[in-house]
Ligand binder design. Structure first.
Ligand SMILES: NC(=O)C1=CN([C@@H]2O[C@H](COP(=O)(O)OP(=O)(O)OC[C@H]3O[C@@H](n4cnc5c(N)ncnc54)[C@H](O)[C@@H]3O)[C@@H](O)[C@H]2O)[C@@H](O)CC1
Ligand SMILES: Nc1ncnc2c1ncn2[C@@H]1O[C@H](COP(=O)(O)OP(=O)(O)O)[C@@H](O)[C@H]1O
Ligand SMILES: [K+]
Length: 516
């Protein structure tokens, strides 16, 4: 399932209408009917029966026109329906004028809302609201009467079904203008818009339902939409990963690759522990866990299934004393390297990383996480060494901001483009973590994940992801496959783990590993 910007959606609409010849009114009819169905389904779930009384808030563009179609279908289904226009319908044009006339001919009661000076809306007369004020044609913060209607609708406490996007949402980024509709359900027409799948927009949208309206599916591909929902279908059809694939009987541990986890130092040995255990649960045949030599004794036996390997550390117990050459030597014969969780920082760590990368077999796939990303951020020359090698970077927004040289709010304002830009510029696969993790490929494809839950906002959850992605790389997955599949599996495991606990707040990173 592709995810579009407003501009992409306009181009798709245009192609459907002008190139294929599907009349705009046909698309609109499909849209309004789908909205009416979803509206009645929502309140049937909430109240044990469909709401009988609906108020449709209609703007002057095509989003409002969709609302007028929905009003008609709600009426046909036996509901009482009222319309509150946010602009004088006498000024409507095109399809919106057609729908206005049909609604009037049917005798649908309508008021033109004039703000606090005009007649009030009696919200208690309704059971639900359809938000058809603004869609993909919205620009900036809702103005005037639109803003007043949004505030009153939110304050009414009634369930709101938004058409295409909650009015007041920036459909391209997921940022909220003030005010913004708080919907219980958003019926996205033809495709999900980017703003519906990134926070805070995803929170304002409520449950997002994507409904077909008669636009041929291939148009999105033809106009070059490269953002996708990361789900089982996308994994199968775009990434060539079958999540349900069983192992062949005639295999052995050598079949499934050997991951080297270079992670953990004295204050943060748990990070390495979690990555190594996650790599094992991720299914690779063998895991070697490399640590500074001094840590071998206290950690021996903590992950019995992994081989623990101590690298000479000048008796320091951290990576500052480990020669990069010793680590690169250890990668010989391994199928993937995970570097970073619990690595720590020290004077000269940039040269250390540069020397390590220079010494690695260019064909060795690597995962860079946590401190290795912070080191990279301070040593931009080292990032040139990543270009063209099979690398997955897994920053959280703080690490991403350092890597990209921006502040965290700049990254979060448009996570999809921030991730895409870095991945394409540096020719790496990039995982920008957080609620609705974004995976960007060197070619510029972006996958937006929907698995996972706030229980995973807990120390070590990222170390688990790094180990898991490394494990998938060791099993021969490409960086794009390993990153996308790993992110999806990690979130799904987090969801299973949270479901098994009294509250998601009590989730710890180790639970995610056990649920893999
Ligand atoms: N033919 C098509 O292109 C189709 C469009 N569809 C619907 O059309 C919508 C897009 O329609 P439009 O492009 O007409 O745009 P919208 O209906 O989203 O809104 C544009 C109108 O709102 C006004 N406006 C914009 N920003 C505002 C703000 N901040 N405050 C107050 N008023 C503002 C503009 O002056 C313009 O008149 C989609 O979201 C979808 O619901 C669907 O009917 C399917 C077919
Ligand atoms: N609210 C959330 N919803 C979904 N996933 C989340 C949420 N919060 C955190 N996660 C996931 O948990 C992991 C946390 O990683 P990170 O921030 O690196 O933590 P740590 O460094 O403590 O291991 C990431 O994969 C992230 O996407
Ligand atoms: K809307």
């Amino acid at each position: 399932m592709r995810i579009v910007t407003s501009e992409e959606m306009r181009n798709i609409d245009k192609a459907a209408i002008e190139r294929i010849g599907i009349p705009a009114l046909v698309l609109m009819e499909n849209a309004g009917r789908a909205v009416a169905e979803e509206a009645m389904r929502l309140t049937a779930q909430a109240h044990g029966g469909p709401a009988k009384r609906w108020l449709v808030l209609a703007g002057k563009g095509n989003n409002g026109a969709d609302g007028l179609v929905a009003a008609r279908h709600l009426l046909e289904a036996g509901c009482e329906v009222g319309i509150a226009y946010a602009a004088d319908p006498a000024g409507f044009r095109g399809e919106a004028a057609v729908q206005r006339d049909i609604a009037a001919n049917l005798g649908l009661p309508a008021v033109v809302y004039a703000g606090s000076e005009g007649d009030p809306i009696y919200w208690t007369r309704y059971d639900g609201i359809v938000d058809a004020l603004l869609g993909t044609g919205s620009r900036g913060a809702p103005a005037g009467v639109y803003a007043a209607l949004i505030r009153e609708a939110n304050a009414s406490g009634l369930p709101i079904v938004a058409i295409d996007t909650p009015s007041g949402l920036d459909a391209d980024t997921g940022n909220l203008h003030d005010p913004c509709i708080r919907a219980a359900r958003t019926v996205a027409l033809a495709y999900a818009k980017r703003g519906l799948v990134q926070y805070p927009g995803a929170g304002a949208a409520g449950e997002v339902v994507v409904r077909a309206i008669g636009i041929p599916a291939r148009l999105a591909e033809q106009i070059g939409v490269r953002t996708f929902a990361l789900d089982e279908r996308t994994l199968r059809e775009r990434l060539g990963v079958d999540p349900a694939r069983a192992r062949e009987a005639d295999t052995h541990k050598g079949t499934y690759g050997h991951a080297l986890i270079a992670a953990g130092s004295r204050p943060m040995s748990g990070a390495g522990l979690l990555s190594a255990r996650a790599a094992l649960r991720g299914g690779c045949g063998l895991v070697t866990w490399a640590v500074p030599d001094r840590l071998v004794e206290p950690l021996a036996g903590r992950v019995p299934e992994a081989m623990i390997y101590g690298l000479p550390d000048e008796e320091r117990g951290d990576w500052s004393g480990v020669a990069p050459a010793a680590l690169s030597q250890l990668t010989v014969g391994k199928d993937a390297l995970v570097l970073g969780p619990g690595l720590g920082r020290w004077a000269g760590d940039g040269d250390w990383l540069r020397e390590l990368l220079a010494g690695l077999d260019p064909a060795l796939p690597i995962v860079l996480d946590a401190d290795s990303l912070n080191i990279l951020a301070d040593m931009p020359e080292a990032s040139a060494q990543l270009c063209g090698r099979r690398a997955v970077l897994t920053p959280h927004p703080g690490e991403m901001a350092r890597l990209a040289g921006f502040a965290v709010p700049d990254i979060q304002r448009d996570r999809i483009e921030a991730a895409r830009r870095y991945a394409t510029q540096h020719a790496v696969t990039l995982v920008l973590k957080g609620a609705r993790t974004v995976v960007a490929t060197p070619e510029g494809d972006v996958y937006v994940n929907a698995t996972g839950n706030p229980g995973m906002a807990t120390g070590g959850a990222g170390d688990v992801l790094a180990g898991l992605v490394g494990s998938l790389l060791a099993q021969g997955r490409t960086p794009d496959q390993a990153a996308a599949f790993g992110v999806w599996l990690h979130g799904a495991a987090g969801d299973r783990a949270a479901a098994g606990r009294p509250t998601s707040s009590s989730l710890v990173a180790g639970d995610i590993i056990e649920a893999l």
